[in-house]
Design a protein around this ligand. Structure first.
Ligand SMILES: Cc1ncc(COP(=O)(O)O)c(C=O)c1O
Length: 486
């Protein structure tokens, strides 16, 4: 008799992910999961818009508590699914679009000028014209864009609604570099001289300021907001009435349950590079660290997976920050009657997705490392940083309660691309026993940038299907899942 069970990898010395009940509900139903694989193939992305709504609610509560006018625009670059765009509109928030297709599709799904923003890094005539015709605010990055948007607005006999992206903020004696936006030291003169009635760009209706900072510092965001508020005050004297500041995304999330595991892994990674313990990563990958001249050098190049200040707390910290006069950012926004907008991507799809793949083969490489070949490829779950550092789950068709030490095995999961580096997680994963062909590996919390951002169709592999999971009372059946395209 088969004794199916799912288990987290690395029961000891792991990086235990925060998970949601819906993920466990799915994993507790191997019959349904196998039917999904039979119907749609491997790998599968499962999306849960209900988690999106919970994240959204938390941000709304922070804004309410701080008594500020606010707008939330979901940065849909984090995940391409329509389901989250639909959910955003249902939750009465907006969507940040960064390409022609993102914009067009969001309009088709019910978005309008009040619920959309265009922030693309490269703006084509077509994108701009669609935005102008639909009164979607365009976030301008440079003078060439201003000229183009102004001309196209004139052609359509409309005013283009625009905000100006700013960078180069001064924080703790340093100027924050970004390749994006107008320099904070130049934008005031630029706007006064060029934008508005009787000026070169008379078809631009300036309504707001925008920035998006690299990194995850609340301090830098608060300082940038203070500088934007000051700019709005100065511009008021020149007949500008800018009504919002959009602080972009970059709101940290917390992926991991335990701080000590996070700190401990860092230590063990360094020890393994020094050969003090056996390797903890594939081919002793340092994830950014290197061992040279008897010393560990460099820094770990991964997302900060463990964070005490994250999500709503992160946003609250930005708003509660006080300037030299002890005025908080929130109180200054209120005083100036300026709306604060955010464009969260990763933090809105936190806990909203998983990626599952079937085991195809098991083998030992020449170094004795155990490789588990999965029916998926590296582009279908790829981090922009050195590794995705959450322990995966394995759904075994057969796993006894009394598995012994001798059955346990250390593995690496490998993918279908013809590249040596198609190793899905660089971290070693300890399992209670070797998975069988057809068992299922589940990577949790992959909705934000992991499942879609880097996906490619090399070897003509199909892109992974995206299935939306709708929770129903106490049951997981095939009918809980539908294709995102529907
Ligand atoms: C302009 C802009 N807004 C929002 C975001 C979303 O950031 P995150 O997913 O970190 O919240 C990005 C990410 O690159 C961005 O460039």
């Amino acid at each position: 008799m088969s004794n199916s069970k799912y288990t987290k990898g690395n029961q000891e010395k792991g990086l235990t992910p925060i998970t949601s009940q819906w993920m466990h509900d799915v994993m507790e139903h191997p019959g349904v999961v196998n039917e999904l694989f039979a119907k749609y193939g491997s790998p599968l992305n499962i999306l849960n818009p209900a988690s999106f709504t919970q994240n959204c609610k938390k941000f709304k509560e922070v804004f309410e508590r701080n008594n500020v006018k606010s707008g939330i625009f979901y940065a849909r670059k984090a995940n391409k699914a329509k389901a989250f765009v639909k959910q955003a509109f249902e939750d009465n928030i907006g969507v940040d679009t960064a390409s022609e297709r993102e914009l067009l599709q969001s309009l088709q799904l019910g978005g309008d000028g009040d619920h959309l923003v265009l922030t693309s890094a490269i703006k084509t005539n077509k994108q701009i014209e669609i935005a102008i015709q639909n009164n979607v605010p365009i976030v301008l990055d440079n003078d060439d864009e201003c000229i183009l948007v102004n001309d196209l607005a004139e052609k359509h006999n409309k005013k283009a609604i625009v905000a100006f992206r700013i960078s180069g903020f001064h924080v703790d004696g340093n100027k924050l570099y970004s390749r994006f936006g107008f320099d904070i030291d130049e934008i005031e003169d630029y706007l006064i001289n060029k934008v508005g009635e009787d000026k070169a760009y008379s078809n631009l209706n300036a309504v707001g300021l925008h920035f998006h900072l690299d990194g995850y510092s609340t301090h830098q965001r608060s300082e940038a907001l203070l500088q934007c508020i000051k700019l709005i005050q100065n511009l008021k004297e020149h007949d500008f009435s800018l009504r919002f500041i959009d602080m972009g995304g970059g709101i940290l999330i917390n992926y991991l349950k335990h701080k000590d595991e996070w700190l401990d892994f860092d230590e063990r990674l360094k020890q393994s590079l020094k050969d003090e313990i056996s390797p903890v990563t594939f081919n002793k990958n340092g994830l950014g660290y290197r061992f040279e001249d008897g010393k560990i050098k460099g820094e770990r190049k991964t997302y900060p997976y463990f964070n005490e200040i994250h999500s709503d707390k992160f946003l609250n910290e930005v708003l509660q920050y006080q300037d030299q006069n002890s005025d908080s950012v929130a109180s200054l926004l209120q005083k100036e009657n300026v709306e604060i907008r955010i464009e969260p991507g990763r933090s809105l799809v936190n806990q909203s997705g998983i990626t599952m793949a079937k085991v195809v083969h098991r083998k030992k490489d020449a170094k004795g490392q155990c490789l588990i070949g999965l029916e998926m490829n590296m582009s279908q779950m790829m981090s922009s940083s050195a590794d995705f550092m959450l322990d995966p789950y394995v759904m075994y068709a057969d796993l006894d309660e009394d598995q012994t030490e001798n059955d346990s095995v250390d593995v690496y999961f490998t993918g279908a691309y013809c590249l040596e580096r198609d190793v899905l997680l660089k971290r070693k994963v300890s399992l209670p026993k070797l998975p069988e062909i057809g068992d299922v590996v589940v990577f949790v919390n992959t909705a934000g940038y992991m499942m879609h951002f880097f996906e490619t169709q090399a070897h003509l592999f199909e892109l992974a299907p995206n299935l939306v999971y709708t929770e129903k009372s106490n049951s997981v059946e095939l009918s809980n899942f539908y294709l995102d395209e529907d």
